[in-house]
Every structure is written in structure tokens, then in C-alpha cells.
Design a protein around this ligand. Structure first.
Ligand SMILES: NC(=O)c1ccc[n+]([C@@H]2O[C@H](COP(=O)([O-])OP(=O)(O)OC[C@H]3O[C@@H](n4cnc5c(N)ncnc54)[C@H](O)[C@@H]3O)[C@@H](O)[C@H]2O)c1
Length: 303
């Protein structure tokens, strides 16, 4: 398999950064991780294991490899240490433009000149962050979905000055992780598939937030329709309702269309700390969410 890089550095050891780090190590790359929070990588690793086991998800990386891969990955709260010798730096911090711009500046100051920079943003085009890096010609979006639970695809988008060979390396990197690159031809918030998923998510939130339907019935319908084990609301719980809220606000701040504003009820949940799987309560309660109850789709459940 074509491996375009030797060493990958991941910035942000949250839900996505940790998955990208593990998958990169599994695919044969040297991996280091930087997060400003010292316990971030350990905490997220434990959360991923618990979440996947609770949901009976069969991960892309076999369970017997997880602990040794984690040992291989180095973690540091010092960006100069974590980004040293990196060929590719993947940013996976909060979905907040100012935070991301600061991180791109920090990446520019700490990574070697050869390094390519990729953002895992779910919605923001790289053109919004590229200038802060000091090397816009080496910046791309590589937006992974939930790679360890089998969503093996990633959006790939250039910025305003990205060199063609940087796009080709991004393409080869995504493929080397066993993921399918989805090429964005023209800049769009949400890229290829998140903009499609967003239409479903937005309508689901609208229906629930305005009391048109119970969120469980929307998930039931989705499960029956798609034959998947999750629905829009349980998926939002996995993503994190704070992350979902931030993403929806990116769309709203872009369009200023009141129809794009996420429902107040979502903000209420975030304020109460009901963030989904990571806090034990979101739409469902964890570790045993109702959506996994064998009776969830039963038209005549036993009382
Ligand atoms: N959650 C998902 O399902 C999902 C899916 C695809 C893409 N994404 C995108 O991936 C990115 C990360 O999302 P997440 O869900 O992993 O977030 P998260 O909240 O789980 O983790 C973010 C991490 O970034 C760290 N961080 C924040 N600011 C930092 C800084 N200045 N320097 C270093 N570390 C910093 C935090 O300590 C935290 O560990 C976002 O852009 C999000 O939109 C998320």
C-alpha cells in the first residue's frame, strides 16, 4: 500500500483525534498526539473502549491490538515535542473557528517546514484557517467520520492555494487508512456527505425541538428504513451534543437564516451537561440506551 508519510501528529485527543491516531498507528505510521489537556488521550481511549463495548460495535481495529497500539503512540502536552519530525499534522480540536485558527498558528510555529496540515473540521472549509498556518499551499481538509466503527470514508478538500501534490498525498493517506476519499470539487460547508447528513440532522432536531414527534420514533423510523442499528438521535449522542450544537451554529452563523438555528432545547441539554455518551446522558441514558433494547422496534412489546 502507498504510504505517503512516515510520521503523523494529531492535535486534539478527543473523540475523533484519538480514532485517527489509533487508525494511523494500525496502518503502520509513527504517531504522536498533542492536547492541551494532560489526561485527554487516556480519557478518550477509555471512553471509546467503553462506548464501543456497550454498543457491541465490532471495531475496525481488532480488540487484541488496541492496547499495544495505544502504547506505540506518544502523547505530549508540548506541541514542540509532539509535532517534531511530523510529515502530516492533523487538527482535531473543538469545532470553533478561533480555536482552530490559533491551533493552525501553533502548528505553523512547531511543525517542520515539510509538514502538510489537515483539518478534521466537520463543517469549516480549510480556507478559513489556512492563512494562520503560514503555509496555505500545504493545507487541506481531511474530514473523517467515525472511522473505527466502520465509516470508512473521509472528505478531501483543497484550500485556496493548495498544491495539487498536497491533495494527492492527502488522497493516498486516506486510502492507506482503508478509507474512501470523497473529493470536494467546490467549497461547501459540510463537504460531500456531512452536508447530506446535516439535512437529516437539522430536520430531526426541528421535529423534536418543536414537539412534532418523539425523538425515539424518528430513530425507530430511521432504523427500519436504513436497517442500521442507530438513528439520528443516537448518532448525535455518540458525536456529542456540544459538538452537534457547535456544528449547527457554524451553519447558522454562515447563513443567518433563522431556519438554520438549532432548537433552544438542544442548547438547554448542552447547558445541563447532557452531552450524550461522554456524560452518560444525552437523548438516551448510557450505558444501556433504550435504542438498544430488543423491544425498541417491536410493534407489540412485552409489558
Ligand atoms: N465527534 C464526532 O463525531 C466528529 C466526527 C467528525 C468530525 N468531527 C470534528 O473533529 C473535530 C474534533 O471533534 P471531537 O468530537 O473529537 O471533539 P472533542 O471535544 O471530543 O475533542 C477535542 C479535543 O481538542 C482538545 N483541544 C481543544 N483546544 C485545544 C488546543 N487549543 N490545543 C490542543 N488541544 C485542544 C481538547 O482538549 C479535546 O481533547 C471537530 O472539528 C469536529 O467537528 C467530530
Amino acid at each position: 500500500m502507498n504510504k505517503p508519510f512516515e510520521k503523523i501528529a494529531v492535535v486534539g485527543a478527543g473523540f475523533l483525534g484519538t480514532q485517527i491516531a489509533l487508525l494511523s498507528a494500525y496502518s503502520g505510521y509513527k504517531v504522536s498526539v498533542f492536547d492541551s489537556k494532560a489526561s485527554a488521550f487516556d480519557d478518550t481511549y477509555k471512553r471509546l473502549v467503553t462506548d464501543f463495548k456497550n454498543k457491541k460495535i465490532n471495531p475496525v481495529i481488532p480488540w487484541d491490538k488496541w492496547d499495544s497500539l495505544k502504547q506505540e503512540i506518544s502523547f505530549s502536552t508540548d506541541p514542540a515535542v509532539a509535532l517534531k519530525n511530523a510529515d502530516l499534522v492533523v487538527e482535531a480540536v473543538f469545532e470553533d473557528l478561533e480555536v482552530k485558527k490559533n491551533v493552525f498558528k501553533l502548528m505553523g510555529a512547531n511543525a517542520p517546514a515539510k509538514a502538510i496540515f489537515a483539518s478534521n473540521s466537520s463543517s469549516m472549509p480549510i480556507s478559513r484557517m489556512e492563512a494562520a498556518s503560514g503555509r496555505p499551499e500545504k493545507c487541506i481538509n481531511t474530514h473523517f467520520y467515525l472511522p473505527l466503527q466502520g465509516m470508512n470514508m473521509a472528505d478531501l478538500a483543497p484550500g485556496t492555494k493548495t498544491l495539487p501534490e498536497v491533495m494527492e498525498k492527502g488522497d493516498a493517506w486516506i486510502r492507506s487508512l482503508g478509507c474512501v476519499p470523497l473529493r470536494v470539487n467546490k467549497e461547501i460547508l459540510g463537504f460531500v456527505f456531512n452536508s447530506v447528513w446535516r439535512a437529516i440532522k437539522k430536520q430531526s432536531l426541528y421535529m423534536w425541538g418543536n414537539d412534532f414527534a418523539d425523538y425515539r420514533d424518528i430513530d425507530r423510523a430511521w432504523r427500519i428504513f436504513t436497517k442500521t442499528p442507530f438513528g439520528p438521535f443516537s448518532l448525535m449522542d455518540s458525536v456529542g451534543l456540544d459538538v452537534v450544537y457547535d456544528i449547527e451554529m457554524v451553519y447558522y452563523n454562515h447563513s443567518k437564516d433563522p431556519k438554520d438555528k438549532p432548537p433552544d432545547a438542544l442548547l438547554e441539554k448542552v447547558k445541563k451537561g447532557e452531552l450524550g455518551v461522554k456524560t452518560g446522558k444525552g437523548f438516551y441514558t448510557y450505558p444501556n440506551p433504550e435504542i438498544q433494547d430488543p423491544n425498541f422496534l417491536n410493534p407489540n412489546p412485552k409489558k
